[in-house]
Design a protein around this ligand. Structure first.
Ligand code: ATP
Ligand code: MG
Length: 273
């Protein structure tokens, strides 16, 4: 801790707080996430947290929030994270209502390329939503919060509750299984939410939302291009074996034409087989 100057708080987490910080010798600005061991112990999640930190620490992609290092003392665990100056995509979205096809295409390309990279390493995020995606000073997305992610080579499906209602895939509701295409579904929901300004299955109360998800009927209250709708329908698909892989989304014609300056770093070297 002696190596850092601590600045303003950036946010509040489950087990502690996140602060702006600067490494003293290099003057390198970071976000310092501080978590209290007592809190972690109370919720019995030290194993899950350890996995979250290790997964994030080993991922290296321009659209995944870097964890530069981590350490601990008697009472706290510290994560030294890349600083995302513009904060949560959630706030950005609420501030602007909805986003243009051009801006959305860049974000969907970036998120898909990051997830293609994760999936290739057998890492599933499982909690994709605008609250868990940060934006840096240049307007590039940084996937964060690997708290629910699974790194597993053996089990295809697992019976755990993952994700929050608006982004929950239908198979989680009907058979309580979490498929390996849970992120693909969520990217479709994210793309819809960016273009429309609200999640596709939002209802009055939880029951209505769950019913809408199961029926999987997507309606568009505002005009959206046919190419965008086509891509959304490849992701928001009832049959979880049939959702478009992330490598394909990252090079989709809609992404390419609406965000010509976006260049996938993973998908371009790893075509889908
Ligand atoms: P929650 O379960 O509520 O999401 P958490 O324990 O996962 O909490 P984080 O989401 O990592 O905690 O951090 C809490 C908040 O702090 C974030 O929602 C975000 O607003 C802010 N924050 C976290 N990391 C960064 C960062 N690297 N750069 C900028 N802001 C950040
Ligand atoms: Mg969070």
């Amino acid at each position: 801790m002696d190596n850092f100057d601590i600045g303003r708080p950036l946010g509040k987490g489950k087990f502690g707080n996140v602060y702006l910080a600067r490494e003293k010798s290099q003057k390198f600005v970071v976000a310092l996430k501080v978590m209290f061991k007592v809190q972690i112990g109370k919720y019995n999640v030290s194993h899950q947290l350890k996995r979250e930190i290790e997964i994030q620490y080993h991922l290296c992609h321009p659209n995944i929030l870097r964890c530069f290092c981590y350490f601990h003392d008697e009472s706290r665990i510290y994560m030294v994270l890349e600083f995302a100056e513009k904060g949560e995509l959630f706030s950005h979205l609420r501030k602007h209502g909805r986003l243009s096809e051009e801006e959305t295409a860049k974000y969907i390309g970036q998120v898909s390329d990051a997830l293609a990279y994760c999936h290739d390493k057998n890492v599933w995020h499982r909690d994709i939503k605008p609250e868990n995606i940060l934006v840096d000073g240049l307007g590039n997305l940084k996937l964060a919060d690997f708290g629910w992610s699974v790194h597993d080579k053996t089990k295809e499906n697992r019976n755990t509750v993952c994700g929050t209602l608006d982004y929950l895939p239908p198979e989680m509701i009907t058979s309580n299984t979490c498929s390996t295409t849970v992120d693909n579904w969520a990217v479709g929901v994210l793309m819809y939410e960016c273009l429309v300004g609200k999640a596709p299955f939002e209802g009055n109360g939880q029951k209505e939302t769950l019913d809408r998800i199961k029926r999987c009927r997507v309606v568009y209250p505002n005009p959206i291009s046919e190419e965008a709708k086509a891509l959304i329908s490849k992701l928001i698909t009832l049959d979880y074996l049939n959702r478009a892989p992330m490598v394909e989304v990252a090079i989709d014609p809609w992404v390419r034409t609406r965000a010509p300056s976006f260049k996938p770093v993973f998908a371009k070297t790893h075509p889908h087989h």
